[in-house]
Design a protein. Structure first.
Lengths: 158, 378, 358
């Protein structure tokens, strides 16, 4: 019957629309479902997972020592030339020459946070930091030197 | 109701007086990227769609030739960024095939789990974006609620939310996070609690059904002839799930169904993806409590060298079949790499299915083809 | 008791005693004009923030919450931004029509304020064909949209304008017919008469099924007439970028934006007047105490309350449904709404003749 089908169509359509409207009304009235994080306000409580890949850093201990031997494994592992290791030769107390890093230059603007350098490092000298606010006013500020000035290699790291 | 009755033949397409040629894109809200479509219109009716590509071509394949086998995997995250894990997985599989290394069971399970989570995340985003194309904004935010949960899980285990670079030749980069199992189970709970809202908001809606049903018809023959893959072919009833046909990792031991719909229209392709999410949940439920103990990475040499030869692997991404073809000369870098991306061949069918339909339908069809532009251009 | 009509009467008496009748009229017109413009600006700001909050809560977001208390001054900040933005005219555009179109949209919206009864005995112009005036003037809106689309020299704009033309012309029919259902029952086109006829109960309660059907059709039709989702084909963001106002920027865009919200307000005010009793308080039969309490609520609160409820319903539509396709849109009108409303008006007429309503 044409009329019956016509009316049934209309009722079915209205019902399907009403179901959707009921759902949106639910969210309109239930504000506890809101999932927005108010980012700059929650900075103090914001905790990033410990594996989050933000930027490459080189940890130093209290007496300004790091674990980097200058082996350039990270430089070789990096797919886009983010890391540049500049080496020098230290004179050890017993008069021998020893290879050490002068500077470990890290270009944050090139880094894709792929974690390959961290994996490649044999002495765990570098790690990923959980920072993410990298914006600066000048690009040159993104080129970082990871080892602190005057830092030395830790005892026992080969 | 209106049906797309006849496909306008090429003879009718020749430029006539009164034809309206419109550039949709490269900057357009519905193309979700820098796709450029030149559409010829007769009033509201589409006579021809010409996709113009290359706006986001980064020559990833050429770049990969100068990167070592460990390094090139990260670049592929930037192809189909919504299923970055699965892209990385395909590359890792291809390198492993060349190296002939055995992957530890734990790594295989982790890989499959990550793949399926990525697939759900990708389909969630697709669902929201497609509803937005059709003019409903609310589903987009609701889809993101679930997707963010997956992204948080990824962030905890892989350290990144979108371009994880978690798969390495021989396994995965790190073991899963101690919280991983608990959070995945929480996600499954959330998913099961919320998934019926998707049907309430969009699937059952009469306006949506009328927009989707009977438009963008793709016959099984055409789906095969155009080289489509993934949900697009399965929507036409052609079995094409690589996970079933050429099982990789542990997919042959898992209990899941290949989702098939016979409609061939936009609605069938829509339903495929919705049902695929359920299947992925099924796979995750099977595996999440049964992650075997053991290594997460096989022992490989520091410098990988593939033997001279050609290697090809294929995986099922969220969009379809991704093939990775490596030609090796025996060195540390590939001699030639080619990716067979699902988006490119799925896009090629757009002109065929869009002819004779309305502009609004074109947007809906692009939605159901689930185009990711960096995947098309690479 | 304090009311708008007392203030108006007081001002009128004071002016008449101070000036001669001509000046009184001129000054009263100026006051009315300033009031309308003020109401315009205030309503625009309120409606924009309301839309943003409604959409945010439906979409499990917080919405604007930075400018002012709870973000309530956000739309003021946006208006300031739009005011200082450059209003560009694209090359190849018909400059005169391009610049005229937003003003026509605005003027139409302003004209529609004339016959609306905001409170008891408070109306700018109680003309005897009020309802007819509203439906006639609101049709001019389509001219501004066509003008904007045509003069922009942009294919998206043109398509949006053409869609909008087809849409508004069709949906005016069923909007008009559903208004007629109430007119038939009341026997008058004057807005004040229609409101007075609902003193013993609103038409939505008195009028049985025909008025309820007319109300639903009216809601759908005015949603389409004001180009709101799910009928926002003239803008259709994902298809036509922004439809007829693609090329507009700065204050000219803001005028279109404001005109859209004003139109929403006006159609909801008309809907509230016709079906929900305008400023009439809610009364239940013989409950004297209850009715007395209801009378204590000022009539303007009743009017704005009902209007904002209808506006919320229209916003609720917008944030729930996907958009229709152009052919489905016309199908809905010509195959469903128009036949139903024609049948409905027959029923309403029958009811009015037989006196079946309360």
């Amino acid at each position: 019957m044409f009329i019956v089908k016509y009316i049934k169509d209309i009722l079915g359509a209205v019902k399907s629309l009403a179901i959707g409207m009921k759902r949106t009304l639910y969210y309109f009235t239930h504000h506890k479902e809101i999932i927005t994080q108010q980012y700059p306000d929650n900075k103090d409580t914001l905790v990033l997972p410990e594996r989050f890949k933000g930027e490459v850093v080189m940890p130093h201990n209290e007496v300004n020592e790091h674990r980097c031997t200058g082996c350039t494994a990270c430089e070789l592992a990096c797919p886009n030339g983010t890391i540049k290791v500049v080496t020098k030769f230290d004179i050890t107390p017993d008069g021998k020459k020893k290879k050490a890093i002068d500077k470990l230059v890290y270009h944050l603007e090139l880094c894709t946070m792929c974690n390959l350098c961290i994996e490649a490092c044999p002495s765990d000298a570098i790690k990923m930091a959980q920072t993410f606010e990298h914006s600066v006013y000048d690009r040159s500020q993104l080129t970082k030197i990871l080892n602190n000035p005057g830092s030395k290699i830790m005892e026992g790291v080969e | 109701m209106y049906r797309q009755t006849d496909i306008i033949s090429d003879a009718q397409v020749s430029p006539q007086e009164g034809d309206l040629v419109i550039n949709v894109g490269p900057q357009h809200p519905a193309t979700h990227g820098v796709l450029h479509l030149v559409i010829t219109l007769n009033g509201e009716t589409i006579k021809k769609v010409e996709p113009h590509l290359g706006y986001i071509h980064r020559s990833i394949e050429k770049m990969c030739e100068s990167l070592t086998y460990r390094q090139f995997i990260y670049v592929t995250s930037r192809m189909d960024y919504l299923s970055a894990h699965i892209n990385n997985h395909a590359c890792a599989l291809c390198v492993e095939k060349g190296l002939q290394v055995e992957i530890p069971a734990r790594a295989q399970v982790i890989r499959v789990l990550m793949d399926e989570l990525t697939r759900i995340a990708s389909h969630e985003l697709w669902w929201g974006a497609m509803a937005m194309d059709l003019g409903a904004f609310t589903p987009f935010f609701h889809a993101f609620r679930e997707r963010e949960t997956i992204n948080d899980i990824m962030e905890e285990t892989c350290g990144a939310r979108l371009t994880m670079n978690y798969m390495v030749p021989g396994g995965v980069m790190q073991d899963v996070h101690p919280n991983f199992q608990r959070r995945v189970k929480e996600f499954i709970q959330l998913y099961k609690r919320k998934i019926h809202e998707y049907d309430e908001l969009v699937t059952g809606n009469i306006i949506f059904q009328n927009r989707m049903k009977g438009v963008g018809y793709l016959s099984p023959e055409d789906a095969v002839a155009y080289g489509c893959s993934g949900p697009v072919t399965r929507g036409s009833g052609v079995s094409s799930d690589i996970r079933k046909i050429y099982p990789y990792e542990i997919y042959d031991k898992l209990n899941f169904d290949e989702v098939l719909e016979s409609g061939g229209d936009s609605f069938a392709r829509y339903m495929i993806r919705i049902r695929e999410m359920h299947e992925s949940i099924k796979i995750i439920e099977q595996l999440i409590d049964n992650i075997p103990e053991g290594d997460f990475q096989a022992k490989t040499k520091a410098v990988l060298k593939l033997p001279k030869g050609e290697f090809y692997t294929r995986v099922e991404t969220a969009r379809g079949e991704l093939g990775v073809y490596i030609v090796s000369e025996g060195g540390t870098t590939p001699y030639r790499i080619k990716f067979r991306s699902p988006g490119f061949s799925n896009l090629s069918v757009l002109d065929h299915i869009a002819r004779g339909s309305k502009i609004g339908d074109l947007v809906a069809m692009m939605g159901t083809l689930d185009l990711v532009i960096p995947d098309i251009d690479r | 008791m304090w009311s708008f009509s007392h203030i108006a009467d007081f001002i009128h008496e004071w002016l008449s005693s101070t000036f001669n009748p001509t000046w009184t009229l001129i000054i009263e017109m100026v006051i009315a004009g300033v009031c309308v413009i003020g109401l315009f600006a205030a309503l625009g700001l309120v409606l924009v923030i309301m839309e943003r909050k409604v959409s945010a809560w439906i979409q499990i977001r917080l919405g604007p919450n930075r400018v002012g208390p709870k973000g309530m001054l956000q739309s003021l900040a946006d208006t300031l931004k739009l005011l200082v933005k450059e209003g560009m005219t694209p090359s190849g555009a018909d400059k005169f029509l391009f610049n005229l179109a937003p003003f026509i949209a605005m003027i139409v919206a302003m004209l529609l304020f004339a016959p609306i009864a905001f409170a008891k005995d408070f109306q700018l112009w109680d003309l005897n064909i009020g309802v007819l005036y509203v439906s006639a003037v609101s049709s001019i809106m389509v001219i501004s949209i066509l003008m904007a689309g045509w003069s922009s020299n942009n294919k998206y704009s043109l398509m949006g304008a053409m869609r909008s033309g087809a849409q508004i012309v069709s949906y005016e029919l069923s909007a008009g017919l559903s208004i007629l259902a109430v007119v038939v029952l009341t026997g008058s086109l004057s807005i004040s008469d229609i409101v007075m006829s609902q003193a013993d109960g609103w038409w939505i309660f008195k009028g049985h099924i025909p008025v309820i059907i007319a109300f639903i059709i009216f809601l759908i039709a005015v949603t389409a007439e004001t180009n709101r989702a799910p009928f926002d084909l003239a803008e259709a963001e994902s298809e036509l970028t922004a439809g007829f106002h693609t090329e507009y920027s700065g204050m000219k865009f803001a005028l279109f934006f404001l005109a859209e919200y004003m139109n929403v307000f006006i159609v909801c005010a008309i809907g509230a007047t016709l079906f929900l009793g305008g400023w009439m308080p809610f009364h239940i039969g013989n409950w004297e105490g209850f009715n007395h309490v209801m009378d204590w609520i000022p009539s303007s609160v009743w009017f704005f309350g009902k209007t904002f409820f209808l506006i919320f319903v229209i916003m609720w539509f917008r944030w729930t449904f996907p958009r229709l396709r152009i052919d489905q849109l016309l199908n809905l009108e010509w195959k469903y709404l128009l036949p139903i409303s024609m049948f409905n008006i027959l029923l309403a007429t029958l009811m009015a003749i037989m006196g079946w309503h309360f």
